[in-house]
Every structure is written in C-alpha cells, then in structure tokens.
Design a protein around this ligand. Sequence first.
Ligand code: IPE
Ligand code: IPE
Ligand code: MG
Length: 246
Amino acid sequence: MDTTFTPNAENLPRHIAIIMDGNGRWAKQRGMLRAFGHESGVKSVRETVEACAKLNIGYLTLYAFSTENWNRPRLEVDALMSILMNSLKKELPTMQKNNIRLNTIGNADMLPDRPKKQLYDVIEQTKTNTGMVLTLALSYGSREELTAAVKEICELIKTGQLDTADINENLIGSHLYTRNMPDADLVIRTSGEQRISNFLLWQAAYAELYFTNVLWPDFREKDLHEALISYQKRERRFGKTSEQLK
Ligand code: IPE
Ligand code: IPE
Ligand code: MG
C-alpha cells in the first residue's frame, strides 16, 4: 500500500458508488477494439473491490451497464454481457475470500439468460456473507427505477392498500432497487466526464462527487485512496451552516 496516500481509517464513506467510465477510450488509445478496454477494466474492478473490503467499506456499488447502454452496437453489448458472465464466475472465490455479498440493482429481466443465471447463482452463493455488500448496477437507470416506483405506489393506492397521505421520502425509498442500502456518500467517476448519466439520482442527493481523469482500466488502489482522501477533506453540511456542525 502506498502510505503517502493512505486514507484515515475513521470518517470513511459507508457507501461508495463508482461510474466506471473510459474503457472505450483506453482501448482506442492502444489501437484496440472497445471490448479490449472492457476486459481490461475487470482488473480494476477486482483491485477496487479488494481495496474497499480491506478498508471495511460497507457498500460498494459499481455502475456496470446503464439502461441507455442497450443502445450501443450489438457486438459491444454482447461482449459486455460475456465479460460479465465470465468475471462473475472467475471472481466468486475472491468474493468468498473477502466475505463479500453480491447484490444487483437494475432491470435484471433485460439481461440475456446466461449472464442472468450466473448473476443470480453468485448472489445465492454469497448471500450469507456478512462483509461488504457489492452491488452491480446492471441495466440500471435512475429514471426507470423512479418510474417503476411511482407505478408500484399508484397500484397500492388504487387497490386501497395505501393512502396518498402516507407517501413520504422513506416510502419512496422503499420502492427503489436500493431499498436495503444506505444513500451513497461518495460517487466517483473516472475518465474525466463530469456527469451523472442516470445513476442514483435519488440516492446521491447528498453524495460527495469525485471526478478523476484516470480511465477505468488504469484505476488502481492508489486512485481509490486519492478519492477517499479528497472525501475526508470535505465538510458535509446537509444544508446546515458550518458552525452548526461544530
Ligand atoms: C464504461 O466505459 C463502460 C460502460 C459504459 C459499459 P465506456 O465504454 O463508456 O468507455 P468510453 O466512455 O467510451 O471511453
Ligand atoms: C455511464 O457511462 C454508464 C456506465 C459507466 C455503466 P456511459 O459512458 O454510458 O455514459 P455517457 O453516455 O458518456 O453519459
Ligand atoms: Mg463512457
């Protein structure tokens, strides 16, 4: 571990969410196909997962595939799905070794059968692990998530199981994919883009945002530590004044 960039063991985020971006550009810089960038990003996933587990982070959420990513060329979507399937299989021992529980958010029904089965297999096999919850956002889009929540809530009202007066923030939260997770404390996005791209719109309401130019396949433990050190220098005021927090 690079000790010049070691975050303080206290004041770590409980929930880190990462928009893993820049695989395509990383590959292009090397004259390779985009799929090569996605494959190379798997190593960054492994390092990040292990680094977070080592720091006892409670929740790590990785944006792996958005609802909008279905609009990419068929060949790239297929490559991403097969990389997903192979890595789930390959990373299971690492998850077990680190006591990690796998979880997913998103519309899993959209996934092809084989990766979907592999995903649910690993979720099942890790369900009694008590360490970090690793959530893969797959076919995930915040707007779709919120739309589905509105529909569910309307249905409950229509069938008389819920009163409009009972709608509050907790109730809405309980209809999201993230119902059993705390809000994101820190959202990291790699590759220099500074946007949210339909990720955790509700859950990141008060997250600290961290952007780095590092492309995802180059992202390593020291980059995670840099993000955490930046997080630890910030004052999270949640609308209050600085004096009120003292
Ligand atoms: C992120 O890398 C991975 C996914 C969105 C699946 P990109 O594929 O978006 O890479 P760039 O942004 O084109 O470089
Ligand atoms: C966001 O990255 C989605 C994932 C990282 C899975 P994109 O590369 O798809 O986002 P945009 O299109 O540049 O906003
Ligand atoms: Mg991108």
